[in-house]
Design a protein around this ligand. Structure first.
Ligand code: ASC
Length: 156
């Protein structure tokens, strides 16, 4: 097989990346860390759907809004304890922004998570009632996200 110059360059690059081994690749992260990051991604996707409708960036769709709000509530019901085992803070491993304060202030962390649940529950009540209701409810939910990030998520 003839190896083209391009292929040779690519192979060199792959070899270099494999040898470096320093970058925290997502697949190297512990399962609980991948799981908690996945749930936050699900929250962000659904908050994005609702935020776009609230700001008129997307057409209001009662069914889609309700589905997004229902999903936020569902995620808010996931028990966080198994997703935050000891030794998985940003001080311990690369690839996470979870501050050590989560474990020092577990009760407070739980209260922030409950705050998310409360805001998601309110959003769930109004999501299908019309576009005008979304703004305040989405704002509240964003506030719950931010309240936790302020205390427990390290800056990028
Ligand atoms: C998002 C997202 C967050 C929150 C936060 C709300 O969509 O990814 O982290 O909203 O910005 O204050």
């Amino acid at each position: 097989m003839k190896i083209t110059r391009m292929t040779a360059t690519s192979l060199t690059l792959v070899a270099a990346l494999a040898a470096s081994g320093t970058a925290a690749l997502a697949q190297d992260l512990p399962g609980p860390v991948k799981a908690r990051q996945g749930q936050f991604n699900i929250l962000a996707i659904n908050l994005g759907i609702l935020g776009d409708m609230a700001r008129g960036k997307a057409d209001y769709d009662a069914e889609a809004a309700q589905a997004a709000a229902d999903t936020l509530v569902a995620v808010s019901m996931i028990n966080q304890a198994p997703l935050f085992p000891e030794g998985t803070s940003e001080m311990d491993i690369d690839g996470t922004r979870a501050k050590a304060e989560i474990w020092d202030g577990w009760e407070s962390f739980g209260e922030k998570w409950s705050g998310l649940g409360a805001a998601a529950g309110e959003l769930q009540q109004v999501a299908a009632t019309g576009q005008e209701a979304l703004g305040p409810a989405v704002g509240q939910l964003g506030g719950a996200c931010k309240a936790c990030h302020d205390d427990f998520r390290a800056p990028e």
